[in-house]
Design a protein around this ligand. Structure first.
Ligand SMILES: CCCCCCCCCCCC(=O)SCCNC(=O)CCNC(=O)[C@H](O)C(C)(C)COP(=O)(O)OP(=O)(O)OC[C@H]1O[C@@H](n2cnc3c(N)ncnc32)[C@H](O)[C@@H]1OP(=O)(O)O
Length: 217
């Protein structure tokens, strides 16, 4: 996959494609791994336990440092195929007065789950995400998230996450189960808007981040 990215470097993206979605019907993929799913494998070059994963894209609404109203979520590698993350709810994230918007909390869960790809050196996008909102989350709260892969079946990565308040061992406020689908880097190159693709490819830091994320020899 690294070579696929390298091939595209310097090659102008001429058109914005439409996403290839093969199923016209809504997905029926369950959120629990099937019996013949396999255990996830931590890549030998995965970040060390405790290491800050960093942002996969500076403009990402979930983790990007250059998004003023983004979540600025920071995730760290766990010891297995798991991560921990923190997200501080800001005033820009409100739904009801003084409370986090549910969609923002779902984003925090989605982003944390998405960062699991760093540990397997796989790029994956959210296919299904089911969230449960257990308790309201006030502004200025630090949401302590953890996420783990529960099984892999072909390109499907089954994973779950929780978000706790009051500390990493505090009560659960939100939780999610999800299926991510492994994709090639072309997924982004073929479907993203040309302007942002070109900007990302001209940024050596972004290319380095993408290579770290995607390589899966
Ligand atoms: C540069 C660094 C960047 C790094 C970027 C990292 C970004 C992380 C950001 C946080 C996460 C996000 O928000 S990601 C953004 C939100 N998500 C998206 O935009 C995805 C939009 N959807 C799509 O583009 C597409 O539907 C895909 C890629 C998910 C699947 O299309 P496809 O590739 O044609 O897959 P297809 O062959 O049909 O199916 C393969 C297998 O997956 C199953 N499958 C397919 N779609 C789904 C689905 N939605 N939910 C469940 N399961 C599904 C099928 O049943 C099949 O199982 P079987 O028959 O094999 O059993």
């Amino acid at each position: 996959m690294a070579s696929s990215l390298a091939r595209r470097l310097g090659a102008p993206v001429t058109a914005v494609g439409s996403a290839h979605v093969s199923a016209a019907q809504p997905s029926k993929t369950p959120l629990v791994p099937p019996d013949d799913a396999v255990a996830p494998v931590r890549h030998p070059e995965a970040p060390a336990p405790g290491e800050l994963l960093g942002s996969h894209y500076a403009q990402c609404f979930g983790c990007g440092g250059e998004q003023p109203h983004g979540l600025h979520l920071e995730a760290r590698a766990g010891e297995g195929v798991n991560v921990t993350a923190e997200f501080t709810v800001r005033t820009a994230h409100q739904g009801a007065p003084g409370l986090a918007h549910g969609g923002v909390l779902a984003t925090a869960l989605d982003e944390t789950l998405g960062s699991l790809g760093w540990l397997m050196h796989v790029i994956a996008v959210t296919g299904r995400l089911e969230t449960e909102f257990v308790a309201p989350v006030p502004v200025d709260t630090v949401l302590h998230l953890d996420a783990r892969v529960t099984g892999v079946h072909g390109r499907k990565i089954y994973c779950s996450a929780t978000g706790r308040i009051g500390g990493p061992e505090g009560p659960v406020a939100v939780r999610a189960d999800a299926v991510f689908i492994e994709v090639k880097v072309e997924h982004f190159l073929d479907n993203g808007r040309n302007e942002e693709i070109q900007a990302a490819m001209s940024d050596p830091d972004q290319v380095r981040r993408a290579r770290a994320f995607e390589v899966n020899p």
